[in-house]
Structures are given as C-alpha cells and as structure tokens.
Design a protein around this ligand. Structure first.
Ligand SMILES: Cc1cc2nc3c(=O)[nH]c(=O)nc-3n(C[C@H](O)[C@H](O)[C@H](O)COP(=O)(O)OP(=O)(O)OC[C@H]3O[C@@H](n4cnc5c(N)ncnc54)[C@H](O)[C@@H]3O)c2cc1C
Length: 527
C-alpha cells in the first residue's frame, strides 16, 4: 500500500551534497527524509561490489581532494571523523608514464617532485615550484568563494582584484588551462603531465574560463596528495547518513521521485515511482538533475528565465569506466624497481590531451592512444579487496552523444573497454589476462542509467567552461539554491560551485535554507 508521511524537510536524492545539507539540517533539529532512486546512498560517491564478492569498487569518484578544504572536514563541523571517516594520503601522489619509456612521478615532497621534473627541464622544475607557491597565496580566496553561497560574498573576480597582483589572477582565470600551461612550461613531457593534471575535473583544456584549473588541481594534489577515504568513497556518505539518523532523520533507497507536489504555488512534498507521497512542512531539497526537475512540476510553475537557463544547459565531457578485480597490484616498470601508485595516467602528449575536447565536440570515439586515468586504491588500502587481491578503475573520456545515438554505446562498450586495456598494457605489461579475475564495464549511458544526475555525461556538473567555473552560473538563476517555486531548494553539482566531491553545494544550500528558517549555520554547528 502506498505510504503518506510528513517530515520537516524532504530531500530528493542522496548524493554527498544533499547528505551534507541534510546533516546540517538534522543538526539544527529538523526531521529530514532522504530519498534516493538507487539501491545505495552516496550517488557518485558510492562504493559497491561491482565485480566479485569482497572487491569494493568506487563506482565513480575516488579522490576526495576538493572537500579537504571544506569547513565540513577542515573544522570537522559534523563530527564525521568520530563516526569512522578517515583519509589516506598516498605517496607517490601520481605516476605518469610516457610512450617513449620515460615517466614523471609526483611525490608528496615537493623537492622530490621538482627533481623528477628537472630530469626533463631545470627551468620547468623551478616554474613548478613557483606555480605552487603563487597559487598558495590565492587558494584561500578561491576556497572562500566556493564555500560561500552566491550573493553572500563578492564575485570571484572582485575577491581576486582585492588582493595584491589580483588582476593577474583575473586574467589567468578568464583564459584557458592550456594557455597557462603553455605560458609557464617549455618541455613537452612536463606540459603533458600538467595538462593531464589540469584535466582532472574533466573541463576542456582549451576552453576560456578554465585557467585556474592549471593551478588548483596540481596544487591540491601537491598539498593533499590523491587523498582517499579508508574503505572507499562510500565512507563519506556512510558517516553523513549516521549524522542524519542521529538527528531523527531517515534515508530510504529504491525510491525514485517522479513529481513535486505544488499547492497554492508552494512545493509541499514529493511523489515517488512507488506511489508514495511525502509531505514537507518546511521545504523540499532536490539534487535531481535540473533537466529532469523541470518536468516534475506543472509548466506554469517555472518562469521563462529559469526555463531558458535549463533548456540551454550543456552536459560536460562524459566518462567511460572499467572496474577490474585483480589477483595482484598494478605495476609500472621503474628504474629503481616497480612503481605501484594509487593514481596514474596516460596523457600520451599535450596535444592528445587537447584533442579530447575536439573529439567530444565532434561525437568521435577516438581509440588511438586514449588518455586514461587509472586508480588502484588497494595500493594503499588493503581493506577494499580480499587478501593480496586488488581493485582497479580505468577511466577514459569520450562523448555521450555519438554517431548512431547514445544507445550505440551498448554495442561498442566492450570494444572500447578492450582498447583502453590494450593501451594501458603498453605501460603496465604485467596486467595480463591471468592477473584479471573479472571486469565490469560502464559506458557513459550506463553511468547515466545508474545515476540520473549524471545527465548525458554531466558527471562533474556539466555546463563546462565559464559556467562551471562560476562566471555564468550565477546568471542562470538557480545558483542561490532557492528555486522559482516557494519551498523548493536545489543542491548538488548543478549548483554553485559545481561538480566533484567538494561538499560545497551541499553546505552552501544548508546555509541558505537555515537562513530562510531564521537559523545560522555557524550557531547550529556550535551547539
Ligand atoms: C566515473 C566518475 C568518476 C569521478 N571521479 C571523481 C573523483 O575522483 N573525484 C571527484 O572529486 N569527483 C569525481 N567525480 C565527480 C563527482 O563524483 C560528482 O561530481 C559528485 O559526486 C556529485 O555529487 P552530487 O552530490 O552533486 O550528486 P550525485 O552524487 O550525482 O548524487 C545525486 C543522487 O540523486 C539521485 N537522484 C537523481 N534523480 C533522482 C530522482 N528522481 N529520485 C530520487 N533520487 C534521484 C541519484 O540516484 C544520486 O544518488 C566522478 C564522477 C564520475 C561519474
């Protein structure tokens, strides 16, 4: 029989952002119900047995870099570390082999990283050190902007201009990541390494508005390593779920929200695919992709400007993921013995990295030397697999819309996965058929089927470029988290400051909602 229940706040979607928002609301004494269509909470931060029993795979995200500077973790505002959340900091940070047999390894010790770069160019090694030092001066400015709701503080441009030398950073931010790399580094291997790093939030390298990615990604890795939670990405949503439950809230999986209940112009609850109805006395918070949200209320509920902003929303570059269960670790040959990194990648060349954007725009699945991101969390965290065994995630970057339509991914997925593996084997020849126990292939359309929020490959928030960087997003109308319907709020990677595991859209949404309820997040945390 269909259910009808009432809560203070009903949350549609249980990604890490909406869980963070719900956790702050629960701390404020609000009874929250969190609904998710998937069988597990966490969205793109879920950890699941995707291949064989006992092999715990990060279905999507592995690195928890951006969230390290969030007040949620930095000041442990929600007490997550007492609830079992623990971070591990791999060293080496990352390893990048090249087709000519050379490689660059990034180490936690910056001197050691610079020594690696100096093998290719002494000048570039010095430029790397300078880049990290220079960005350290403005990292707090960018961080404050990201963890402040739009309208509550200055724009990023104004905040940068208020600093000595700020105009230089405004120019850099307006340019592309590649412009910054090409202007700073001269040697091709170093440029390819820097391009691969700058691409780690999957923003096109030559797109204006991506300039800060050339600095922030490599700076974050140099400072926090390729930081991962012990036990898997899912350790974060698991700890957040405990905060929500401790505050009297509930989480229900397998509950897809299909409609918003609107009464007298106000959102008063949601309906689900199972026919259940959940009423919200205070608010509904959504992390449903904005493209889908539009269909969930009568057309007259949305104003024209809002509708235009969503109709013109563009997805980002999609990902193609293969998970492997392995008998042994992933190893790359090295001068001083095998290198067993948690994070590695194959940029091939700086040009090949830049071509990714062109291929995606043309709808081409380019399998010649595909740049890859390769993650082997068991290199550091043995708890994720049976004794001696390992998990491996191989990520490629391709368009969602391809010739023949997105459903053609079902026909070509195995071939694409095979091509990625063949490419990786050029660098890691020990990755033989005998080493591989099982694999699980997830094309861009599979990622969308698994999580509707990954709309058309918008896994890092979508709408890449200036909008992703925050320059246009405020103009799109929903950045403040308040939606055009009273009582309805939005969080997740379609809101400021966008995708990745940052927790920023979640905490920002909580700040806005609490303020509307006459509460202050700082006071709630201090209680
Ligand atoms: C393959 C891959 C690898 C990635 N790697 C990294 C990484 O290493 N580091 C990093 O920082 N970022 C990474 N990202 C990006 C990052 O994981 C996401 O940007 C981020 O987790 C999004 O979080 P979110 O809270 O906004 O929403 P999501 O995690 O997308 O959660 C949204 C939730 O809403 C639910 N939902 C949607 N519609 C409905 C509905 N109608 N009813 C009920 N529930 C609904 C979904 O089921 C989902 O659980 C990766 C993404 C992918 C796909």
């Amino acid at each position: 029989m269909a259910l009808r229940e009432t809560f203070d706040v009903v949350v549609a979607g249980a990604g890490h952002n909406s869980l963070i928002a719900a956790a702050y609301l629960a701390r404020a004494g609000l009874r929250c119900l969190v609904l998710d269509a998937r069988p597990v909470v966490g969205g793109d931060t879920a950890t699941e047995e995707l291949t064989l029993p006992g092999f715990l795979h990060d279905s999507c995200s592995t690195a928890h870099n951006l969230i390290q500077t969030s007040p949620t973790l930095r000041d442990d505002e929600l007490g997550l570390f007492e609830l079992g959340l623990e971070y591990l900091y791999p060293d080496p940070v990352a390893h990048v082999p090249f087709p000519d047999g050379t490689s660059i390894t990034q180490w936690r010790d910056i001197d050691r990283t610079c020594d690696e770069l100096a093998r290719f160019s002494v000048r570039d090694a010095a430029a790397y050190r300078r880049l990290i030092d220079e960005y350290a001066a403005i990292a707090p400015v960018v961080g404050a902007y990201r963890y402040t709701p739009i309208g509550w503080g200055p724009s990023l441009g104004d905040a940068l201009l208020a600093r000595d030398g700020g105009a230089r950073w405004v120019r850099r931010a307006a340019g592309s990541a590649w412009e910054a790399i090409a202007a700073t580094f001269e040697e091709e291997h170093v440029r390819a390494f820097m391009a691969w790093m700058a691409f780690m939030t999957i923003q096109p390298l030559e797109q204006p508005g991506t300039g800060l990615n050339a600095y922030s990604l490599v700076f974050g890795r140099q400072r926090h390593s390729w930081v991962v939670p012990r036990g898997g990405s899912g350790a974060l949503p698991a700890a957040l779920a405990r905060v929500i439950e401790a505050g009297g809230g509930q989480l229900r999986t397998g509950e897809r929200v299909t409609g918003l209940c609107i009464e007298h112009g106000r959102c008063v609850g949601v309906e689900t695919e199972l026919g259940d109805r959940y009423d919200a006395t205070r608010a509904v918070l959504s992390t449903i992709h904005v493209k889908h949200l539009l269909e969930m209320a009568p057309a007259a509920s949305w104003d024209d400007g809002f509708r235009y902003a969503i109709d013109s929303w563009q997805p980002g570059i999609a990902m193609f993921v293969t998970h492997y269960a392995l008998r042994g670790p992933l190893e790359y040959p090295g001068d001083a013995g095998p290198v067993r990194p948690l994070a590695s990648g194959t940029p091939v060349s700086s040009l090949r990295m830049r071509d990714l954007e062109v291929d995606v725009r043309r709808g081409r699945v380019a399998l010649d030397d595909p740049p890859l991101l390769v993650l082997c969390p068991t290199a550091l965290d043995a708890s994720r697999a049976p004794a001696g065994a390992h998990t491996l995630k191989v990520v490629g970057f391709h368009p969602y819309d391809i010739e023949g339509g997105a459903r053609r991914w079902d026909e070509i997925a195995d071939e694409v996965s095979d091509a990625h593996l063949a490419h990786l084997r050029r660098y890691a020849p020990g990755l033989t058929d005998e080493t591989i126990l099982a694999r699980s292939v997830h094309s861009p359309i599979d990622l969308e089927r698994a999580n509707a929020h990954n709309w058309h490959g918008s896994c890092h928030g979508g709408d890449s470029g200036p909008a992703q960087s925050g320059a246009l997003r405020p103009a799109a109308g929903w950045a403040t988290h308040r939606m055009p319907i009273d009582g309805l709020y939005q969080t997740g990677s379609t809101t400021h400051p966008g995708g990745s595991v940052s927790g920023a859209p979640g905490r920002n949404a909580a700040m806005v909602m609490l303020a509307d309820f006459g509460l202050d997040l700082g006071e709630v945390v201090a209680r």
